[in-house]
Design a protein around this ligand. Structure first.
Ligand code: MG
Length: 314
């Protein structure tokens, strides 16, 4: 007889979300090989037809499987889906045997019902990196009253360039699957020497104080990368620290809620520079101080105090 297996309250949601990020990764990789046209959105950030296709696919599935739930999703500018893009999306879906999706614009803007259950979708996180053939991620979270219950992240070319999928559930820990292998529990590192810490930084959205911090401490091992894949690096112990400046205190749930839960469930810590935990309110990630520190927990306070004292005056 088999052993006891704890049945998760969210097992149906987790297994759907894992399938969604897997298939969405096939969509984005298909476009990556084809090449994509870039749009500049009203907020001046870039999006591609791959961002749109991934979101359309994910929302179609959520609509079918959880029609009562609310959705918070990044992309909403349907004007960017012209005939040419629509043809490309069709070609991609045909190629990947994704049937019965035709109402692209309606689906892109599908947001479900008013509900305490809120799915957060980032169809491509790290679009700038994606456009250059660099690292990016796809992130799905499920919040209940803005409290993150599950998160699922795929990174199509993670360490050693294999597809990695990360799953976390509140109170139940974090796990990962690399290159199609079985899911195994993951845990943050136990590095307690800040000088020897390995630091992940943002590639396209960094500010000089992060590098100055690393220089002052003498941190040698650094990586620059786009997307929430950096939360994954800390969660599975590949790196010990990730420091992210936030410009204008403006941050969105879909960017931070999946990584926040993943790192916490892997034993690490995520806070703003004031060491306050991240607070989500519907689509907003509310920050008191203009930066996010993600760490293995052991290094957290030392890093936060150093940054506050050296770079910010209260
Ligand atoms: Mg995005």
């Amino acid at each position: 007889m088999g052993g006891w297996k704890l049945l998760s309250q969210f097992s149906k949601e987790i297994s759907l979300a894992v399938n969604l990020v897997k298939k969405a990764s096939e969509i984005t990789e298909w476009f990556k090989k084809k090449g994509v046209k870039t749009y500049i959105k009203k907020d001046q950030s870039p999006a591609t037809v791959a961002d749109y296709s991934s979101q359309i696919y994910i929302l179609n599935q959520l609509k079918e499987n959880f029609p009562e739930d609310h959705v918070i999703a990044e992309e909403n500018e349907t004007g960017l889906i012209d005939d040419n893009s629509a043809n490309q999306i069709r070609e991609c879906f045909n190629h990947l045997d994704i049937a019965n999706i035709s109402d692209f614009k309606d689906l892109l803007n599908y947001r479900g019902q008013r509900s305490t259950r809120q799915w957060t979708i980032d169809p491509i996180d790290g679009t700038k990196g994606f456009m250059k053939g660099l690292k990016y991620a796809i992130g799905i979270g499920l919040m209940v009253n803005s409290d993150t219950k599950i998160s699922v992240i795929s990174v199509p070319e993670y360490n050693e360039n294999v597809l990695a999928i990360f799953v976390a559930e509140q109170g139940q820990g974090a796990k990962a699957s690399y290159g199609g292998k079985n899911f195994e529990s993951i845990h943050v590192s136990n590095q307690n020497n800040l000088k020897k810490a390995r630091l992940a930084q943002s590639l396209h959205y960094d500010l000089p104080w992060v590098t100055q911090f690393a220089d002052k401490i003498g941190i040698e091992e650094r990586i620059k990368m786009d997307s929430m894949a950096k939360f994954c690096l800390v969660a599975d112990g590949s790196y010990d620290l990730y420091i992210k400046p936030i410009m204008g205190y403006r941050a969105f749930t879909w960017d931070y809620s999946p990584g926040d839960l993943l790192v916490k469930e892997a034993g690490g810590k995520v806070t703003d520079l004031d060491e306050e935990r991240l607070v989500f309110k519907d689509e907003k990630c509310i920050l008191r101080a203009p930066g996010i520190i993600t760490s293995n927990g052991v290094l957290h306070d030392e890093v936060a105090v150093f940054i506050r004292n050296k770079f910010f005056s209260i």
